[in-house]
Structures are given as structure tokens and as C-alpha cells.
Design a protein around this ligand. Structure first.
Ligand code: NAD
Length: 486
């Protein structure tokens, strides 16, 4: 395999499209990858046209019969080697990710290890694809149920977790015996290409993993979805784009998994351990600089403890060092691009106009790069506009509530339902509230829920299906029922 390589931070990174095991130029030219800390172009990568993407679908379709017939143990061993390689190269990958995404090195290191765990987990799951055999109630025959790979899968990933969102899809797809075409976000193609390079090194055969970065995801995706060789769409991104893709996929009755936006509430009851709640709030808000679908977006705090909680959270956020993600001691890097920065700024301005009090931050520092200060907004009115949108930045709006029913109603008052967090020292109450919250995941006295071994996903308009756990593997299988008489 030959590759166009760019030397970035002393690390050689592929910049071509990966189709059928070959690195190739894009028919649409190249697209620039920008460092959000400096606004400078890091390098150019190949820009795929719809025709390139269909070639990638062809390569995936050609590789499918052999890969799906490869013994599960062999598929598992490829994934296990990929885990090993990713762990060994974690520092290089983390630094590369900082340069194209902006996140602080500590977050990037955490992500690479988390991302690699999906390869390890699905290496372990590849040999546990089960079925069943039962006797029909009539006694006439046996009901045999078998799981088969769904087939060529088209994977679309966002820029906020460029490694983990790719491995969370590639891991189970390959474990199940599917082949894939990955379309990474245009902001962060380098991490995806580097991960694909590692998979090839780990022994994944040509054509099993194809990667097509593009500047124009709309037309490319329309062409891919219309190709009858494609049997599955797995998308992670905004609810807005997810809705568009579900409509397009409906024309082909395509199997879809959708990991969409969130608007996570973070509830702190009067019986909570306040220091633990502040520590949990800090991580739920600031992990990945607030650019996470799981980021706490709305803090609902009981009125009797709200002053204490707000002051402590503001003190913690104001200590953070903001700067380029690779600089020593930096806790918070820039946002990914100018659009995200302007959205975060305008949400904070609208909250101010709605009567919120700025305890810390509240502005973009005067420097190059898409930086925004860590911000705590107190006494936000429960109907403020900032609470109905995904902020996707380092901003914590705090609303006060009076009783448990009100807190649950406020938390559920959104079209989203990805994750909710709650802090309480009363386990009975915590479990009752967790059951009442409309969310696919709940963190009780915990600010992080993500785990490769746990089913990740949302209800309502936060998505369809689950990633991670055994559930994530089943998303890449079809159930076949065979009626047998003997
Ligand atoms: P986005 O929806 O703008 O883009 C996501 C991906 O879709 C990118 O690869 C983009 O190129 C592609 N895309 C955009 N328009 C498209 C179109 N018309 N046709 C086909 N593809 C298209 O989202 P983003 O800004 O990259 O990521 C942030 C969003 O992702 C947030 O809403 C966040 O909550 C969500 N997200 C969800 C999860 C989850 O697991 N639920 C995880 C991470 C991020």
C-alpha cells in the first residue's frame, strides 16, 4: 500500500482516500484541514467526489463475501492487533487530534485510549455472536435463529470525537463481518485516515475499511445511499442532519443507526454531596471542552444549595488555563471552528439578555484561534433560549428549582433524550428520578457515563439504536429465522 503522507508534528499521516487498500487522490481535488488554535492550514487531504465514494462502495462490496466468511477468531485478532497498535501509538494520535480538532492534549489522550477500547471490546465480542434454537409451540418444527452480517455499511462521523466515533462503528461492523465506507467530518479527516492506516497494519484485508473525506457530504451521501450494495447507514452527528438522512434512507428502507444530538440536564438535589456534585458537573461540562453530545447542557439545582454550588463551580472553571491544546498546562483548547465560536457567543449573549448573571467568563479572549472562556451563568430563567439548544462549548447555565417534580418536568422538557445526570445521597430517590427521566442513559452521582461495555444511545430525537456493549454488535447484524423440521 502506498500513501500520500504529510509530516505533522513529526508523525507521517496519510492524506489520500483509502479505497480497496489503495491510497488515492480525490476527484474533487483537496480540502484544507485547519488548526483551530491558529486558524492556519495544517495540510490538505484528498477530497472525494460521489464517484470516488461509489468506487469505495464497490471495494467494500467486493471484500464482503471473504470478510464475512473469515472465522470470527481471525476477525477478532485483527481488531485486537488494531487495539494494540492504537495503544502503542496513542501519543502520536492524540497530538494529531489536538492539531486538527483543537481539544486539550489531556482530552485527546483520554479519547485515544477510549477509542482503542472499542477495538478490544469488539475483538472480544466477535466470537460471541449468538443465535437460538427453540421448538415451535405447535411442536411441528424447530425455530432456528441466526445472526448474519448486515453487509456493506456506510459510516458518518462527527468532528468532536474523531477517533472514538470512528472506532465505535468500525469495531462492531468488522466484528460482525461487515465491510465499511467511512466518511469522517471534513474538520477532522486526519485522525480517521490514521486509524484506517493502523487497521491495515493490523492485517485488515484490502477493501474491508474504506475512507472518503469530502468537502460536500450531501451529494456524496445521496449517491452512496442510493447504491443497492449499501445495506446500512450508521450516523453520528446533529439531530438536524440525522433527520435529513433518515428521510433519504427511507427511500431505500435502509437499516439505520442514529446517534444524534443531546441536551443533557444535570440535576442536583438538596441532599447531594455538593463537592461531589461540583466535581461531577465539572467533568460532565468540561470533558472535551464542552464539545460532547453527552455534555451537561442545563444545570438544575435545588434553590437551597444553588448559591453554594454555583460559586464552587464558577471558582473551578475560572482556574482553567485556556490556550493551544499542545501547550504545557493547558486545560481548555479552542472550539473547532468560527461557526461554533459564534454560536456559543450568541447563546451567552441571549442568556444575558434573558436575565442570566455571568459568574465567570462570558467572552471570547482577544487572540487568534476560536477560543471561548469557561463560563458559568447563574439564575438563568427556566424558559431562556440557551436551554433549548445544544451549546457545544464551555458554558454552564444554572437554573434553580423548588421540588423534585418540577426538576423532572424541566429535565424532560426537550425533544432530546440522550443522557441525564443527577446527584442525590438518597438512593431510593435517585433511582426513582432516574426511571422518570426521558433519556437513554442516566449518570447517578457520576459525571461520565461513556464506556465501551455499556449501551450508548438516546431516546426521543437523540437517536435510534445503541453503540457499544453487545447491543452495538447487533446493530450490524440481521436476524435470520430458519424453520426446520427433522
Ligand atoms: P453534523 O451533523 O453537522 O455533522 C456530522 C457528520 O455529518 C459530519 O461528518 C458531516 O460532514 C456530515 N454531514 C453534514 N451534513 C450532511 C449531509 N447533508 N449529508 C450527509 N452528511 C452530512 O454534526 P457535527 O457538528 O459534526 O457534530 C456535532 C453533533 O454531533 C452534535 O449535535 C452532537 O451532539 C452530535 N454527536 C452525537 C453523538 C452521539 O453519540 N449521540 C456523539 C458525538 C456527537
Amino acid at each position: 500500500m502506498t500513501a500520500e503522507l504529510a509530516a505533522i508534528d513529526g508523525f507521517k499521516v496519510p492524506t489520500g482516500l483509502l479505497i480497496g487498500g489503495q491510497w488515492s487522490p480525490g476527484r474533487a481535488g483537496t480540502l484544507p484541514v485547519v488548526n483551530p488554535a491558529t486558524e492556519n492550514v495544517l495540510t490538505e487531504v484528498a477530497d472525494a467526489s460521489p464517484e470516488d465514494a461509489l468506487e469505495a462502495v464497490g471495494a467494500a462490496a467486493e471484500a464482503l463475501p471473504r470478510w464475512s466468511a473469515t472465522p470470527p477468531r481471525e476477525r477478532a485478532e485483527c481488531l485486537r492487533r488494531a487495539f494494540q497498535l492504537m495503544t502503542e501509538r496513542s501519543e502520536q494520535l492524540a497530538r494529531l487530534m489536538v492539531l486538527e480538532n483543537g481539544k486539550a492534549l489531556r482530552d485527546a489522550r483520554g479519547e485515544v485510549l477510549y477509542a482503542a477500547e472499542f477495538f478490544r471490546w469488539y475483538a472480544e465480542e466477535a466470537v460471541r455472536i449468538d443465535g437460538s434454537l427453540t421448538v415451535a409451540p405447535s411442536g411441528a418444527n424447530r425455530i432456528m435463529v441466526q445472526r448474519q452480517p448486515v453487509g456493506v455499511s456506510y459510516l458518518i462521523t462527527p468532528w468532536n470525537f474523531p477517533a472514538a466515533m470512528a472506532t465505535r462503528k468500525i469495531g462492531p461492523a468488522l466484528a460482525a463481518g461487515c465491510t465499511v465506507v467511512l466518511k469522517p467530518a471534513k474538520e477532522t479527516p486526519l485522525t480517521a485516515l490514521a486509524v484506517a492506516g493502523l487497521l491495515a497494519e493490523a492485517g485488515v484485508p484490502d477493501g474491508v475499511v474504506n475512507v472518503v473525506p469530502t468537502n460536500k457530504p450531501g451529494p456524496l451521501t445521496q449517491a452512496v445511499l442510493a447504491d443497492p450494495r449499501v445495506r446500512k447507514l450508521s450516523f453520528t452527528g446533529s439531530t438536524e442532519v440525522g433527520r435529513v438522512l433518515l428521510k433519504q434512507a427511507a427511500d431505500y428502507v435502509l437499516n439505520c443507526s442514529m446517534e444524534l444530538g443531546g441536551n443533557a440536564p444535570f440535576l442536583v438535589f438538596e441532599d447531594a454531596d455538593i463537592d461531589a456534585a461540583v466535581a461531577g458537573a465539572f467533568i460532565a461540562k468540561m470533558r472535551n471542552g464542552g464539545e460532547a453530545c453527552t455534555a451537561a447542557n442545563r444545570f438544575y439545582v435545588h434553590e437551597s444549595i444553588a448559591d453554594k454550588f454555583s460559586a464552587k463551580l464558577a471558582a473551578k472553571l475560572s482556574e482553567l488555563r485556556v490556550g493551544p491544546g499542545l501547550d504545557d498546562g493547558v486545560d481548555l483548547g479552542p472550539l473547532v471552528n468560527a461557526d461554533t465560536l459564534s454560536k456559543v457567543s450568541s447563546l451567552v449573549d441571549s442568556a444575558r439578555a434573558d436575565g442570566a448573571e455571568v459568574l465567570t467568563g462570558g467572552r471570547a479572549p482577544d487572540r487568534a484561534g476560536y477560543f471561548y472562556e469557561p463560563t458559568v451563568l447563574d439564575s438563568v430563567p427556566a424558559d431562556a433560549g440557551i436551554l433549548s439548544e445544544e451549546i457545544f462549548g464551555p458554558v454552564a447555565p444554572i437554573v434553580r428549582f423548588g421540588d423534585q417534580d418540577e426538576a423532572i418536568e424541566l429535565a424532560n422538557g426537550t425533544e432530546y433524550g440522550l443522557v441525564s445526570y443527577l446527584y442525590s445521597s438518597d438512593l431510593r430517590r435517585a433511582l426513582q428520578v432516574a426511571e422518570a427521566l426521558e433519556a437513554g442513559m442516566v449518570g447517578i452521582n457520576r459525571g461520565v457515563v461513556s464506556d465501551p461495555a455499556a449501551p450508548f444511545g438516546g431516546v426521543k430525537q437523540s437517536g435510534l439504536g445503541r453503540e457499544g456493549a453487545h447491543d452495538g454488535l447487533l446493530e450490524y447484524t440481521e436476524t435470520k429465522y430458519i424453520a426446520v423440521e427433522w
